[in-house]
Design a protein. Sequence first.
Length: 438
Amino acid sequence: MSHVLRIPKYPSIGLWALGMLWCAAGLAQVVTTFTITDRYSMPVGIVAGSDGAMWFSDAGEKGLGRVEAGGVVTPFTLPLYTGSAGIAQGPDGNIWFIEANGLDRIGRMTPDGTLTEFSLNGAVPLVWTDRLTAGPDGSLWFTEHDANRIGRITTAGEITHFTVPTASAGLQGISAGPDGNVWFTESGARHIGRITPSGAITEFALPFPPTGLVAGPDDNLWFASTTSRVGRITPSGDITEFATPGGSANVVVSGDSLWFLAANSHVWRMTTDGALTEFSPHFDPPPNAMGMGVGPDGAIWLTGGDGWDYFGAIHRFALDTTACVADARTLCLNQGRFRVTADWKAGDGSTGHGRAVNLTANSGYFWFFDAANVEMVVKVLDGCASNHHHWVFAAGLTNVEVTTTVTDTFSGLAKTYTNPQGTPLAPIQDTAAFTTCP
């Protein structure tokens, strides 16, 4: 189902919501995309607000946006704001964000849209990769990439700067730690940094450059990397590496797992012992590297589009076990990815739905008139390793009209096979049924 939302406060913006559901790794995935139809929109950072909605920064439209789970979006235009990945919910229940790209201000917005700005008083301007986080001391902490500093701002607006010991460190990710300190990544220097509330900084050397950073569910810090590894660091500085299929840009925590955004727009889920599951959602447009947040319900939210080649978009990614629900009419084959139904019409004009009986993970049969009388068998196989297709095979013991529908819940695509009335059901041997590999 799709719909267009017209926002009076932002007349150039429309949103198109598209939901897709498929199954991979034995788990159904649901992606809902809210596309901003202004081609200059560029959503960057995204975070859950205290009001139950997701808030995002929009570099292209020079403002913030608030999106509810159902897709209702409220934009807030700011006079000079040019956007940044830095956005966080503060300890005061407000949204705090970095005003970057030539500006040197930190903004605060209440859930009803009241804006307050705090100037850094002529300091080195912030950049769009700078980020901020709510600290364990009740303040907001932020990176100052070009100034090579970590900043702290109280909810009353008092600002303090702390210079990072290593020059040109390449400050990027920042997160409150489980130890009462704030942690940050130095992608240029290949360090993880730790700063105490009083400003004492300790740096830990890494064998690879870190990007995003988050406090994990195991009381350690976890970080993404542009290399084929991710890492875990304990509060005392012990580092463990885990191999991954490629590079990643960001990491968040949902439930008892870490969730990474991969460079190829895949999503990884990693347990705290390093077990990784890779999901390959079909995001359109693909998410950018900067925006990844967790909603109140545990869903992963991502920002997409770069303001030039794509319309901006907000994606919601979640797991769902209802991609294919086996019932009296439905076979769920190939780890539940493919939904199969069979509808019949007899010579006397009577009609009905085939009654489904599962045989194996990949096969099953249907009966039409009597449970003891098998009318057709069907199987769906993964032929991706052979010819990059999924295969559909079926055979029948009937001459009534039969319409067999096979749906790939990965892509939403369906194939329909029809047997005419009075004709023996011909075998189906479709080795090119679906090109949606893997």
